[in-house]
Ligand binder design. Structure first.
Ligand code: M6R
Length: 354
């Protein structure tokens, strides 16, 4: 077992890594944002400007891949699909495809094995440029988070989202699908993201701890969102499962009425991650509260139970800052229950077996 060292003043590595997210994000965004115009980033990395993308990943990295797929669609009009690396589909030859493998460690066996299925060029988005994945890939986008020791992905997830968004903008620029002004607009949104994460960190930590005390006896939760918020609801739910050992059903809110609504009883805690527009989520929230759910909102505004500092205009990668609030909640509940925040049972930081 790797010794726990270098934790600074923090109580655990996970706390330190949650805290480090805005700085890690700022380092990444600074290094990428001026290289987006005209496809410069792609040329420097040696990435071909392909028109279809296959995004391969596991766990938290797969949720960052889902955000990237959505940005590729909306900003670059590039179809992208996410492959859960442990279940690669049968290979189909397609000369226009670029495979992008997202892996913090670069050592996840399922990701490495999945890559054996295809012959197209591979871009690795990883926090370890010396990893097996980085050596296997044709080009590497370094997440530059610094070491992440907690088993739960925190700063690597937020940096994966920003790296994926920057990649989408760079591809769109290289394919001539964005004007210079549009690229500059996205650059400004990327540059603003670390400050929104830092402000959310300050805003959400105290209510997240209070909420954890309030919900400490709850055995099960439902996490929902709509649109661009869905991957963040899934990621927040994964934090609660792996750290606090709580059962969580996490899904797009529109799916509730197709089955999971039956799970709701008096007091069932439902965590709803707001993404713009809010109206459709509000309809689903009413469906749940009229059946007795205890609704916990994550979003901007003073009424939110877990408040976030959101930008005035939601970027194409959606409410990234909401995940900071959900990390605080999961860590707070885990500590309250007396579990090891950095080393949850049954799990390893790098999953090197299939
Ligand atoms: O190193 P990787 O990004 O490839 O790891 C993938 C997953 O094992 C990882 O994200 C896992 O889901 C995290 N423990 C979640 O917090």
């Amino acid at each position: 077992v790797e010794p726990l060292a270098d934790m600074g003043d923090a109580e655990d590595f996970t706390a330190r890594e949650i805290d480090d997210q805005p700085a890690a994000a700022a380092r990444l965004v600074d290094s990428l944002s001026e290289r987006l115009a005209g496809g410069l980033l792609l040329r420097e990395l040696g990435v071909p400007a392909r028109t279809r993308l296959r995004l391969v990943a596991c766990g938290s990295s797969s949720y960052a891949a889902h955000v990237t797929a959505a940005v590729l669609g909306s900003v670059a009009r590039i179809p992208a699909h996410v492959v859960v690396a442990s279940e690669p589909p049968p290979p189909v030859e397609d000369p226009d495809v670029l495979t992008v493998a997202f892996s913090q460690s670069g050592e996840t066996a399922d990701v490495l094995t999945a890559l054996e299925h295809w012959t197209d060029p591979v871009l690795a988005v990883t926090n370890n440029p010396r990893s097996t994945l980085a050596r296997r890939a044709d080009s590497v986008l370094d997440l530059a988070c610094g070491p992440e020791r907690g088993v739960a992905a925190t700063k690597s997830f937020t940096n994966q989202v920003l790296a994926g968004a920057a990649l989408a903008v760079a591809l769109a620029a290289a394919l001539g699908r964005l004007s210079t002004e549009d690229v500059a607009g996205f650059e400004a949104q990327l540059r603003a993201a670390p400050e929104h994460m830092a402000a959310t960190h300050r805003l959400a930590a105290p209510p997240a701890d209070r909420l954890a005390r309030d919900l400490a006896d709850e055995p099960a939760f439902i996490y929902v969102s709509r649109g661009a918020g869905v991957p963040y609801a899934l990621e927040g739910a994964l934090k609660l499962k792996e750290l606090a050992y709580r059962w969580v059903e996490a899904l797009p809110a529109g799916e509730l009425k197709h089955g999971p609504l039956a799970l709701i009883q008096e007091g069932t805690p439902v965590i709803a991650v707001q993404a713009r527009p809010h109206d459709r989520l509000a309809v689903n929230a009413r469906e749940m509260t009229t059946r007795g759910a205890r609704l916990i909102t994550v979003g901007p505004g003073e009424d939110a139970d877990l408040p976030v500092k959101a930008p005035a205009v939601e970027p194409p990668w959606g409410p990234l800052e909401s995940v900071v609030a959900l990390q605080h909640f999961a860590r707070g509940l885990t500590r309250l229950l007396g579990y090891d925040v950095d080393r949850p049972r049954n799990l390893a930081k790098s999953v090197t077996v299939e």
